[in-house]
Design a protein around this ligand. Structure first.
Ligand SMILES: [Zn+2]
Length: 363
């Protein structure tokens, strides 16, 4: 089956991407640049939410809007007034409340006196009511992207978004998603133990109806740990892509089958990140396949995490190929299974978009 036919026939959808980052491509209409059925467009910070909203309004049959604060922007969204930038930028800013020094002590907020006025963190009254209002205005919206990232750094420094602040923000998003009965899209790079503890503590009452873990790079045992969280919480956890760097078909083929020299994977994100390179590409591919095997097939979602709709289709085909390889199934079976999972995960959103597609319906 041709690649395009595969996406169209099975209604393959992108569980996580950032198409709004390429407004030029979006302006031509998503159907003109992507065969993907639905795109869950992740908002990452207050200044990004408007673009997500606009896209969802313009493409109501294709885009599921998602609103949240990504951990890379956690330090720009304060949870108490004292941590936000003072109204008078000449006053000293309480930078350490929102940023951590690196463990090796090689940087300190005092080395960046202009940083806080430049960053100007938003006080909670500016961003949180807006987040809630958007979620309430769009009943099909999902809470995301938010979460934990142990390796994120503030560009131009070695300072990191405060870990305790990231934890507090993550809990806030999970509680909000639970209160509004929305699924949640959660980024997690390291810190999986903290996340599991939080999920256990929140319990079934304080936990959203469904949560998908994105960029999952934890151990296979941890995947099983998430799926076995007590009180039915584990049954609400889905996994997306389950790796920390994007595989490409060329990359997978070359590393798994040694057919060609290993290419450098192309970065797929527009957002700043500091991910440690894997010790070898072959090791990365092996780990990716292990994780794809460890996650239950009925909880596996495919995502491109691309910042342009032009690259969504190829990103989805790459990961479908990895799923097929890992599970020993055909590309068509991988597409059918993950599309079914998408419709289950986003069932409420699709119903509210007037697209209540029955489970098992093939488009
Ligand atoms: Zn993302």
């Amino acid at each position: 089956m041709e690649d395009d036919d595969l996406l169209v026939s099975f209604g393959v959808s992108d569980a996580h991407c950032h198409p709004q980052d390429d407004p030029v491509a979006c302006a031509s209409g998503l159907a003109a640049v992507s065969k993907c059925r639905y795109l869950a467009a992740m908002g990452t910070r207050l200044e990004d939410w408007e673009a997500v909203e606009e896209l969802a309004v313009r493409e109501p049959d294709k885009v599921i809007p998602c609103f949240g604060v990504h951990p890379w922007f956690a330090h720009l969204h304060a949870l108490d007034q004292a941590a936000a930038a003072p109204a008078d930028p000449s006053l000293p800013a309480p930078l350490p409340l929102l940023l951590d020094c690196p463990a090796n002590g090689k940087d300190h907020p005092s080395r960046h006196p202009d940083l806080m006025p430049r960053l100007a963190p938003l006080p909670p009254a500016t961003w949180f009511p807006r987040l809630r209002a958007l979620l309430e205005r769009y009943p099909q919206a999902v809470v995301g992207e938010f979460g934990l990232d142990r390796v994120a750094v503030v560009p131009g420094t070695r300072l990191q978004p405060s870990w305790s602040h990231q934890l507090a923000l993550t809990e806030l998003h999970l509680r909000l998603a639970s209160e509004l009965g929305r699924p949640a899209s959660l980024h997690c790079v390291q810190g999986y133990g903290h996340l599991q503890d939080m999920m256990r503590r929140l319990g079934p009452e304080g936990f959203p109806p469904k949560v998908m873990l994105h960029s999952y790079g934890g151990s296979v045992d941890l995947i099983r740990g998430f799926t076995k969280l007590p009180g039915g919480v584990g049954e609400r956890v889905y996994f997306r892509r389950v790796d920390c760097l994007p595989p490409t078909r060329r990359f997978l083929k070359s590393t798994l089958h040694a057919r060609a020299p290993t290419p450098t994977p192309t970065p797929t994100r527009c957002l700043p990140a500091a991910v440690s390179p894997p010790s070898s590409m072959a090791e990365l591919a092996t780990k990716l396949l292990e994780r794809l095997r460890a996650a239950p097939l009925e909880r596996l979602l495919v995502e491109s995490d691309q910042c342009s709709p032009r690259r969504v289709d190829s990103g989805l085909r790459d990961i479908l190929e990895a799923v097929a390889e890992a599970r020993g199934i055909s590309l068509e079976q991988a597409a059918a299974a993950t599309s079914e999972n998408f419709r289950t995960f986003y069932a409420t959103s699709l119903e509210r978009m007037g697209r209540g597609e029955g489970k098992g319906e093939r488009r």
